[in-house]
Design a protein around this ligand. Structure first.
Ligand SMILES: Nc1nc2c(c(=O)[nH]1)N[C@H]1C(S)=C(S)[C@@H](COP(=O)(O)OP(=O)(O)OC[C@H]3O[C@@H](n4cnc5c(N)ncnc54)[C@H](O)[C@@H]3O)O[C@H]1N2
Ligand code: MOO
Ligand code: MG
Length: 607
């Protein structure tokens, strides 16, 4: 069954203000998860404000394009109960019988059901259902409409084939109706078998689903660990000199001083009783003697006399010394007990070097990742070529991409297009890793076994088609905290989908801020000739030139998804919009969004 995206909105002033715990929202989420094997669930808590509720409904329906929104709370008679009014203000069509079904069921339990004003309706392609606020009522009402929801969703989506199928099977229990439909039975002759049952969702929705699923992995707890980590030491741990010069007492003023010794970095703080006309020669980074309160740099002194052995004896301090001059007080860089990571930056460089600075050799725990390349045609680059075969470039490319972004491939495998073999490899690999990045076998061929294998292994398929070029059959599935990225086999499709979906997911799972998990998007100017737009929004590889401060993008030749050479010199993925009658071509000079593929993303500088 294609993925259905749900949203649950808890409407409650007290939950919003955190003076009460939200129990009905989580209850609804649990009920959805139990009833719908393949569901993604978004959610938020809003106060009992009509405009805020209406805005949340529109956001989920229009921006996130969720198929079903459940609200809970705010349906009663109290002055601030306005969920029905907010719902009515955004729906195009009302569904009074759904509300009636819930009311009839509730009446069996309590006459107080009469006090619910719940509204159900449709906004474009989104079904909105108001539930009352109590957990008990939520359970009863959900039970009363659960059976008809899949069919309602299909009707709203206008999925004629699935609707027909549902009509045929409507006597069966809901679990049977909602079972996964294998996308690969292309030989049975049934109409429904010749089209992917997966809805073509847009890239931003797909990315959101991925990030939402991966949120459970532990990135947030790593951030929490870093946020709570207190510096176990002061830096500097002693009063340190900022200059090569002379340590002295500022109370002694400028003038001639006797040099009583030399202090180097690494020496213990000297406790010699320093008088006002004495000083120590000192190096940058060395500990000040206990009696000194300032340092005067060599440039501001004059050597007057040396001893017979060459050691300095008398120096003249030429500037008036001030207390604390050129001294780093204890803990001035970092106070013991203060947060070591006041700003969370999960780069290896930042974390490992800061940890090292306080005496820890820290191993950052990252998700374990495996790579699978599928295809009976594949031979390893080191193997002899034989007719009909293709050298496997995806394994190497994905391994290198992981390295490039600071991740490791723990285990890799190449498997032929055989259901049992693919199943075994995927199952075994998940015993070792958290994330599997697979390529090939996700499209419509009768040897494309990835989707059926995942279903067989109990994975939830969150999406199986995305409206993008390349990468249309991009597939994402999860099973508890195991995540599967089914990248399309074409090498460039795998390259693009890795950057758009997989990299943000593994970064987010590793604790990166959600906004820094995705590739950075910048504005660039198209420098290529006219480009004909494709019906699908396209990710085009392009080289960036900086000319007079302006960033110009030149497309890297033929963009066929099989032509790996198009990644040569690819600094960015240009976002081309999908073709519309109003916008059919792009011309040089147009400003476009571009996802940055690498930190050294400017290939040419022209003045
Ligand atoms: N009837 C349809 N056919 C196809 C559709 C469709 O919508 N309907 N989508 C096309 C699109 S778009 C893509 S992309 C591909 C994706 O196919 P799969 O993910 O099933 O990948 P395969 O069929 O296994 O392979 C596709 C292509 O890529 C080559 N390949 C695969 N793995 C590797 C590798 N490791 N190294 C190098 N090259 C590899 C493979 O030999 C094929 O040429 O499906 C279209 N079909
Ligand atoms: O979407 Mo496919 O990835 O065009 O080649
Ligand atoms: Mg295929």
């Amino acid at each position: 069954m294609p993925e259905t995206v749900f949203a649950v909105i808890t409407v409650s002033d007290s939950c919003f203000n955190k003076t009460a715990e939200d129990t009905s929202g989580p209850c609804l989420i649990q009920l959805i998860e139990e009833a719908f094997q393949t569901s993604s669930i978004l959610g938020k808590i809003v106060p009992d404000e009509k405009s805020v509720i209406a805005m949340a409904l529109c956001e989920y329906a229009d921006q996130h394009r969720v198929q079903v929104i459940f609200t809970t709370g705010g349906t009663g008679f109290a002055p601030r109960d306005v969920t029905p009014e907010a719902t009515k203000s955004v729906i195009d069509r009302e569904c009074p019988q759904l509300a009636l079904a819930m009311a009839l069921e509730s009446f069996k339990k309590t006459p107080f059901a009469a006090l619910s004003r719940a509204v159900c309706g449709i906004r474009e392609k989104t079904l909105i259902v108001n539930f009352p606020g109590s957990v008990k009522a939520v359970r009863e009402c959900f039970e009363s409409i659960k059976m008809v929801l899949p069919h309602a969703i299909q009707l709203i989506r206008d999925e004629v084939k699935l609707v027909r199928k549902t009509h045929d099977t409507v006597q069966q229990p809901v679990e049977t109706i909602y079972r996964h439909v294998c996308p690969n039975k292309t030989n049975s002759g049934e109409i429904s078998d010749r089209n992917s049952p997966f809805p073509m969702i847009c890239v931003s929705d797909a990315v959101q689903i991925v990030l939402q699923k991966v949120a459970a992995f532990g990135g947030a707890s790593f951030r929490e660990f870093l946020r709570n980590f207190e510096a176990p030491v002061d830096i500097p741990p002693f009063r340190a000199s900022l200059k090569d010069g002379y340590a002295l007492r500022s109370s002694g003023f400028a003038g001639v001083k006797t040099v009583v010794g030399c202090i180097s970095a690494g020496d213990k703080a000297n406790s010699y009783e320093l008088s006002d006309d004495e000083c120590f020669k000192i190096n940058t980074g060395a500990a000040l003697p206990t009696d000194a309160d300032c340092v005067v740099q060599i440039e501001d002194t004059k050597l007057l006399e040396k001893k017979a052995d060459g050691r300095e004896y008398l120096v003249e301090i030429l500037v008036e010394p001030k207390p604390l001059q050129d001294v780093r007080p204890i803990g001035c860089d970092l106070k013991r007990g203060s947060p070591l990571f006041p700003n969370i930056d999960v780069s290896d460089v930042a974390i490992r070097s800061l940890m090292a600075s306080v005496g820890h050799e820290y191993d950052i725990k990252k998700p374990k990742i495996g790579i699978i390349s599928t295809g009976s045609e594949l031979v390893r680059p080191t193997e002899a070529y034989s007719p009909g075969k293709v050298f496997d470039s995806n394994t190497t490319m994905l391994e290198e991409l992981l390295k490039n972004f600071g991740f490791k491939c723990h285990v890799k495998a190449v498997v032929d297009d055989n259901f049992d073999n693919v199943r075994k490899i995927v199952e075994n690999m998940f015993n070792e890793v958290d994330f599997v990045i697979c390529s090939g076998g996700v499209s419509m061929g009768d040897k494309d076994y990835i989707k059926p294998v995942l279903t067989d292994l109990g994975f939830k398929l969150h999406f199986g088609r995305v409206n993008m070029k390349p990468g249309k059959p991009m597939t994402f599935a999860s099973n508890r905290m195991k995540y599967f990225f089914g990248l399309p086999g074409n090498p460039v499709s795998a390259f693009v989908c890795f950057h758009i979906f997989t990299l943000p997911a593994i970064r987010y799972a590793s604790g990166h801020d959600i906004n820094k998990s995705k590739l950075a998007v910048i504005k660039v100017k198209l420098d290529s000739e006219k480009i004909e737009l494709d019906p699908r929004p396209e990710y085009v590889r392009a080289t960036i030139t900086s000319r007079k401060g302006e960033l110009l993008a030149t497309v890297t030749g033929n963009q066929m998804s099989s032509r790996l050479q198009s990644i040569l010199g690819a600094d960015v993925l240009l976002h081309l919009p999908g073709w519309t009658p109003e916008k059919q071509v792009l011309t040089a000079g147009e400003l476009l969004d571009a996802s940055v593929l690498r930190c050294d993303f400017i290939s040419h500088f022209e003045s």
